[in-house]
Design a protein around this ligand. Structure first.
Ligand code: PLP
Length: 405
């Protein structure tokens, strides 16, 4: 299928290009020492990840450890609210550890093992990436250093405990605002020093090349499975697919299975409390081109051109940029990006829980809320939602701040 001069039948061969660009977005903007380390990862990824041994080992792990394939569920009771439109969810919440992040963590750490590395290094904000990576490191018997801002360590005690139980070292970062940005800087600095024995593992389709490509490729299992399952269940493709976008990994995973199909694709960003800078994290909707954390994309900037403070009820969506491939797909119009507020998200969180017996992650509830809005504008057809994770991690926060509705 051609779309705005981009040929999607050969898309994955051509995007990103050899320097890691999706159009003008992506690339690698890092120090020479770090570039040397990352070149080694790019070379290893190109050869190792294409070997039959690697592919069959990852396949076995997904089946026997992760619980893949994850099913698609038809939302029977919720769909009955919308005149003829059928809603479905891809159940990434049923992965081991309760979300999609394990899809790329198992791939990244398997690659580390094949490269002969002894340690994996990463940062984490809310702790979800740290937990998924610590799980993968424990499985493969590698050391795991997780850099985390001191403020986040206080806020995310249960995830800090999980990482420690799984055997990871949680390293407190006390620079600056002591949150995600400083943790990224600290993890990059550690990696530049330790790259002979260690590999850096990013948490989404972000960072310098090859990470946006690598994470997309590992997450694409979501879209590959979902397409086959959906056609098997219904005999046709969905009319629309919807996923929430923080960095954009669960969305790229689902979307990559449908880019070459006549399917409407929606990426949903958090509008938080409203459109004022600082009250949301909707970078693709309100941001502009800029470089941060080693890649060129669309980002939210403050008056000095630095990454702006962002907010969302969903800590997994709370990032001032999105992956370069999303910026590209936005510009060419293949994917439509829209926003959902905290308030709409909470309503969807309780609707899905009450009507279907599925408590969604508050991140995923953004996609559910948008699908319900979209369904109201349609008179027939089907919508497939990516349920990126389960909501157990969010229950205390929601009860404390919003009560039972
Ligand atoms: C981390 C997280 C997200 C956001 O990350 P993406 O890279 O945008 O997918 C979404 N949902 C859940 C459940 C998460 O843990």
């Amino acid at each position: 299928m051609k779309y705005n001069d981009i040929d999607f039948t050969t898309y994955f061969k051509n995007y990103p290009d050899k320097d890691g660009y999706f159009g003008k977005y992506g690339g690698s903007y890092i120090s020479p020492e770090l570039q040397q380390a990352i070149d080694e990862v790019t070379a290893a990824y190109k050869t190792i990840s294409k070997s039959t041994k690697f592919i069959s080992e990852l396949r076995r792990i997904r089946r026997e450890f992760q619980g893949r394939p994850t099913p698609i569920s038809h939302l029977d009771r919720l769909s009955s609210q919308f005149n003829g439109v059928q809603l479905y969810v891809k159940r990434e919440d049923l992965n081991h550890t309760g979300a999609h992040k394990i899809n790329h963590c198992m791939g990244e750490v398997l690659l580390a093992k094949y490269m002969g590395k002894k340690k994996v290094i990463a940062e984490t904000g809310a702790g979800q990436h740290g937990v998924a990576l610590a799980t993968a490191a424990a499985y493969f018997g590698l050391e795991c250093d997780i850099y985390m801002g001191a403020v986040d360590i206080k806020k995310q005690a249960p995830n800090v405990a999980r990482m420690k139980i799984l055997g990871a070292n949680v390293i407190e970062v006390t620079e600056g605002l002591q949150t995600l940005k400083e943790a990224v800087d600290a993890a990059f600095a550690a990696y530049a020093k330790e790259y002979k024995d260690a590999i850096y593992c990013i948490g989404s389709v972000l960072g310098p090349h090859p990470f946006p490509m690598m994470v997309r490729d590992f997450q694409s299992i979501i879209g590959v499975e979902a397409r086959e399952q959906f056609v098997g269940m219904t005999g046709e493709l969905p009319d629309a697919i919807v996923a929430c976008v923080g960095g954009g990994s669960n969305a790229m995973g689902l979307f990559s299975g449908f880019l070459d199909d006549p399917v409407e694709i929606y990426g949903i960003e958090p509008l938080g409390r409203g459109t004022t800078l600082g009250d949301h994290a909707a970078s693709l909707k309100y941001g502009s081109e800029g470089i941060m954390h080693g890649f060129n994309s669309i980002m939210l900037k403050d008056e000095n051109g630095e990454p702006a403070p962002v907010y969302s009820v969903a800590s997994g969506l709370d990032y001032p940029s999105s992956g370069p491939e999303h910026a590209f797909l936005r510009d060419i119009g293949r994917v439509k990006y829209d926003v959902i507020s905290d308030e709409e998200t909470l309503e969807a969180f309780f609707m899905l829980s009450r009507m279907e017996g599925i408590i969604p992650a508050i991140e995923s509830a953004h996609a559910v809320a948008y699908a319900m809005k979209l369904a109201k504008t349609m008179d027939k057809g089907s919508i497939l939602i990516n349920l990126s994770g389960r909501g157990d991690k969010d229950m205390d926060y929601i009860i404390e701040n919003y009560g039972i509705r």
